[in-house]
Ligand binder design. Sequence first.
Ligand SMILES: NC(=O)c1ccc[n+]([C@@H]2O[C@H](COP(=O)([O-])OP(=O)(O)OC[C@H]3O[C@@H](n4cnc5c(N)ncnc54)[C@H](OP(=O)(O)O)[C@@H]3O)[C@@H](O)[C@H]2O)c1
Length: 300
Amino acid sequence: MSRIAIVGPGAVGGVVAAWLEKTGRHEIILCARRPIGELHVDTPHGSWTARPAVLTAPEQATPVDWVLVTTKAYDSAGAATWLKGLAANGAPVAILQNGVEHRERFAAFLPAAQLVPVMVDCPAERIAPTSFRQRGTAKMVVQDDARGREFVGLFAGTPIEASVTADLKSAVWRKLCTNAAGVISGLVLQPTAVMQDEHIGELSRQLVRECIAVGRAEGAVLDDSLAETVLQAYRSAPPDSINSLHADRLAGRTTEIDARNGVIVRLGRKHGISTPCNQMAVALIETMTRGAGSAELSRR
Ligand SMILES: NC(=O)c1ccc[n+]([C@@H]2O[C@H](COP(=O)([O-])OP(=O)(O)OC[C@H]3O[C@@H](n4cnc5c(N)ncnc54)[C@H](OP(=O)(O)O)[C@@H]3O)[C@@H](O)[C@H]2O)c1
């Protein structure tokens, strides 16, 4: 039986904890900022109650076999406070977050060899502090190496589609292309239906084209057709879908704007690539979320 600690009992963490516990092969330890009870999960494959162990302070953490970090990108430093105890014996630490800078966010806290970046596509939301809804198939992709294959094995027997790729860099940049265009909903506070508009569609293409250019400069293999593929995926999604940046803005929370669009601007600058649409989106979101988003402003 593997001991798996999950740091961040939010939408992704709650769903992943419930599925891993359901295998009966793992002991699950949830690392939370506040006390939580049993988890009620509703998934396309059934609803049930999970009862993982819960820790509420990093000092309580003892070594485990695997750590899965499922906080938002902007909470990475806080998540890292758990690693001293949890990963003391060299346990691999999987980073289940959006963006392309999984390693960079944790480089100051752990040796690179312990980090396992994960491209996570898990449509889920936390509808109450201990109630979670998974809306569709969850997919995870990791680099094809020994640790990556071990990570995939954790999910054996669950409907979570975990797989390896020889080119994780391209996989995370492809996901970033989708996230980059999602800023439109976060700006206008309108669900995915807004993408049907002709002018909004062109803006989506531009945001993604900038992401493609910067991603290629970083070494990702990205096809020009992605700009259209991303737009068509938004246009065929349920019109009332709300992405997490939009949800965070509605809730007055900090957003992941730096991990989703700010990174395109920063890395574009490094390569001499102009990213005016993403730059404007970042400036507007930061201005509108000043206060909630002060952490992002101070990082620029
Ligand atoms: N949800 C999705 O559909 C989805 C899909 C694909 C990718 N992602 C990505 O997956 C990552 C996680 O997203 P999410 O939607 O699961 O976020 P979320 O629902 O906001 O959950 C994050 C959790 O982390 C907890 N947390 C923050 N700092 C902590 C700390 N120091 N110690 C322990 N727990 C801490 C938060 O605690 P509190 O409860 O105290 O706030 C919250 O429960 C993000 O990068 C997101 O972009 C999400």
